[in-house]
Design a protein around this ligand. Structure first.
Ligand code: PLP
Length: 348
């Protein structure tokens, strides 16, 4: 299959025709000089957050651009990557007509968002070694297929996919390939960010919820071509990333060294956890992880899950996922939490 990628062939007609809402902060962009702002019906008394936030999060994007080596025109920020993923559906998938491809076992939101947006979700299982089955995926593609979701490192399996498989899909598919890199900061693999120029149909999503330790502020990042980003900008809610989130994210990204130190510790603790799991007789398999969690196959996942709950430890039972019978997913905690977990596991 050969393809020619043309964004006009995949954007929804209603979105292409849309004239977006123009907010007060679109029409006058502050340059930092002292102005009297009487344009947005805000309360004028300063309390730190009485003004609307920058709808395009310019300071935050400038900093991200510097740190990630992507340019600001190639970024869209959202209220978590969940909002970013939803915007991608809404921009490109016609309800009750188009379809997407997802690769279970994987992140559950792709399927939920397909349901919310009335878009058919075509599932192509990973192979038994948790790799994308490229021929089977391409076989499922038809003219109405708009998106393929790839999560690498993959949740819940923990592995990164072979780069050649992802490149093959980028080269062969006429729609967008969305690579979800929520766990990329823990990974030994290189991000696809540096391939944005090479693949006009590539969308990379990242988040501050995992390695950056900011799940509570909700900040997701979408990187793609300028064309794709300008379409997403048309449909995003004007003030989708609030002021407190923008401030907190700026502080944290400025403190990148602290983030990296925590990542190093988490990876050390993951190693300790993997070692400990190996010596337990109810653990049948430990899947190799390139993320901050470890998927394990146990003798009886329901039983072990409840035993851990009784000891005040909450893990994720992933047994209902295809190819994941009797699996538990352990997120790597602090050194103290990990020590406690290992001691408890030894008692079971
Ligand atoms: C945790 C996670 C996210 C994060 O979503 P946010 O909305 O940014 O918190 C995205 N994708 C995957 C695969 C995840 O596991």
């Amino acid at each position: 299959m050969t393809k020619t990628f043309n964004i006009n062939n995949i954007v929804r007609k209603s979105v292409a025709a849309l004239k977006p809402y123009s907010s007060a902060r679109d029409e006058y962009v502050s340059d930092g000089s002292t102005m009297i702002f009487l344009d947005a019906n805000e309360n004028p008394f300063d309390n730190g957050v009485n003004r609307y936030p920058d709808p395009y999060q310019r300071s935050l994007k400038a900093l991200l651009a510097k740190q990630k080596g992507a340019s600001e025109e190639n970024m869209l920020l959202g209220n978590g990557s969940d909002e970013v993923l939803d915007l991608i559906y809404r921009a490109f998938c016609e309800p009750n007509q188009d379809n997407v491809i997802t690769l279970p076992p994987t992140y559950g939101m792709y399927k939920v968002l397909a349901g919310i947006n009335a878009v058919e979700n075509r599932e192509v299982l990973l192979t038994t070694d948790f790799e994308p089955d490229v021929p089977a995926i391409l076989d499922k593609v038809d003219k109405q297929t708009k998106l393929i979701f790839i999560c690498s490192p993959n949740n819940p399996t923990g592995n990164s996919f072979k780069r050649e498989s992802m490149e093959k899909l980028l080269e062969s598919f006429h729609g967008l390939v969305v690579i979800d890199e929520a766990y990329i900061d823990f990974s030994k693999q290189e991000s696809f960010l540096s391939s944005l120029k090479k693949y006009p149909n590539l969308v990379v999503t990242q988040t501050l919820s995992k390695a950056y330790g900011l799940a509570g502020i909700r900040l997701g990042i979408c990187y793609a071509s300028e064309e794709i980003i300008s379409i997403l900008n048309k449909i995003k809610p004007p003030y989708n990333v609030n002021q407190l989130t923008q401030q907190k994210a700026l502080q944290r990204i400025l403190n990148e060294d602290a983030v990296q130190q925590e990542v190093v510790q988490i990876l050390e603790e993951r190693y300790n956890l993997e070692q400990a799991l190996q010596n337990l007789d109810f653990v049948e398999k430990i899947y190799p992880s390139d993320a901050n969690f470890v998927l394990t196959k146990v003798d009886n996942a329901d039983k072990r899950y409840h035993q851990l709950l009784e000891k005040q430890v909450v893990v994720r039972n992933r047994s209902t996922q295809p190819l994941c019978e009797n699996t538990l997913r352990f997120t790597v905690g602090t050194p103290a939490e990990n020590k406690a977990l290992i001691a408890i596991l030894k008692q079971l």
